[in-house]
Design a protein around this ligand. Structure first.
Ligand code: HEC
Ligand code: HEC
Length: 302
């Protein structure tokens, strides 16, 4: 309840709760003490269906008892649980806390399944069919929405089944670190450093030539000189730099789209490509098995 923007909402809720519980008690008291005028035969004078008469009997004791218990229960509940505006309740219960307890219970329950994998390396885990089944399901639930259910990725989401890695060498430690911490690939806009629009076009043709893609060789030859602005990250030969996450431009694998238009766009606008950290969604055991599964995608033949 602490996410009320204004205190008056908390007050309004508190008042509404207290007044309505109190009103129930008052209603009971009033109806228990008020005398209804009745005929001498203890009927109220109301008659239905010819002969069905309403008696003026007091409320049954058991019913009154239950009603009183209900009212007391409501006050107790409001005191113990978050009911009254921004008051969190004496027990400090919250749905978030309850969720955390459930998650912890679940994690403790599944921990034994993963225990034996914690001491194994990716190559050995990859030989275990059960582990690979678990890994695939974890991938489908946590990674497939971005990397695709076949892990082959799509525009701006890298293919995890090839041996082309933006950072690191694609070993188990790199994959694990990426899952836990996520990663950010950042190329700044470079058009200002390159020069005119024509310079950018020529440079794009040169970049295409690096991978032997169809290009205009005259433009490429002119553009070549401008590649010095790119070399700091992509290397003099364009083969990339995993420490900076700068991709190899000579392998004809295009994360952000193929063709002069896309390269011009990269040079003009740069790109910040983010994978959010996934570590807190998964247990250590799950990360271990999932890393081995991802490792297996580019290291074993199926
Ligand atoms: C919200 C989308 C998203 C989710 C979810 C996601 N990823 Fe990623 N992932 C990316 C993006 C985007 C990149 C590329 C970041 C960059 O350009 O540096 C990436 C990069 C990677 C890389 C490095 C690839 C390389 O070539 O170096 C690995 C490994 C990886 N993800 C594995 C996973 C796994 C395993 C999961 C599931 C636990 C996962 N990702 C979930 C978006 C996502
Ligand atoms: C500061 C380092 C840096 C510089 C300088 C730089 N880049 Fe990049 N470039 C990157 C990074 C990092 C990425 C990958 C972004 C990502 O993770 O998505 C990238 C991606 C690219 C891509 C997309 C590759 C693909 O697979 O789709 C192209 C094309 C590219 N750069 C061309 C250039 C050119 C041309 C220049 C020179 C004008 C240049 N870059 C300068 C860091 C740099």
């Amino acid at each position: 309840m602490s996410d009320f923007v204004s205190n008056s909402w908390a007050m309004a809720v508190t008042i509404a709760v207290v007044v309505s519980i109190a009103a129930c008690a008052v209603l009971l008291w009033v109806s228990g003490t008020t005398k209804v005028k009745s005929d001498s035969d203890n009927t109220t004078g109301h008659v239905w269906d010819g002969d069905l008469q309403e008696m003026n009997n007091p409320l049954p004791r058991w019913w009154v008892g239950l009603f009183i218990i209900t009212v007391i229960f409501a006050f107790l509940y409001a005191f113990l649980y978050p009911t009254l505006g921004s008051f969190n309740g004496k027990l400090g219960w919250s749905s978030q806390g309850d969720h955390a307890v459930q998650v912890k219970k679940y994690q403790d329950r599944i921990a034994p399944i993963y225990e034996k994998y914690m001491a194994m390396n990716a190559a050995d885990i990859a030989k275990d069919a059960k582990a690979m089944g678990i890994g695939e399901r974890l991938f489908m639930n946590n990674c497939a929405q971005c990397h695709g259910s076949d892990a082959r990725g799509s525009k701006s989401f890298p293919n995890l089944t090839d041996k082309d890695w933006l950072g690191g060498n694609g070993d188990e430690a790199y994959i694990k670190a990426t899952i836990v911490n996520g990663r950010t690939g950042m190329m700044p806009p470079m058009a200002a450093a390159v020069g005119s629009a024509a310079d950018v076009e020529n440079l794009a043709q040169y970049v295409l030539s690096l991978s032997g893609s169809p290009h205009d060789s005259v433009s490429a030859a002119i553009g070549k000189a401008k590649f010095v602005s790119c070399a700091a990250c992509h290397g003099m030969n364009g083969k990339g730099n995993v420490a900076l996450g700068a991709p190899n431009l000579t392998d004809d694998i295009w994360l952000h789209g193929w063709g002069a238009e896309h390269i011009v766009n990269m040079i003009q606008n740069g790109k910040t490509n983010v994978m959010p950290p996934q570590g807190d969604k998964l247990t250590d055991g799950q990360i271990q098995v999932l890393s081995a599964y991802v490792w297996s995608l580019s290291n074993t033949t199926k």
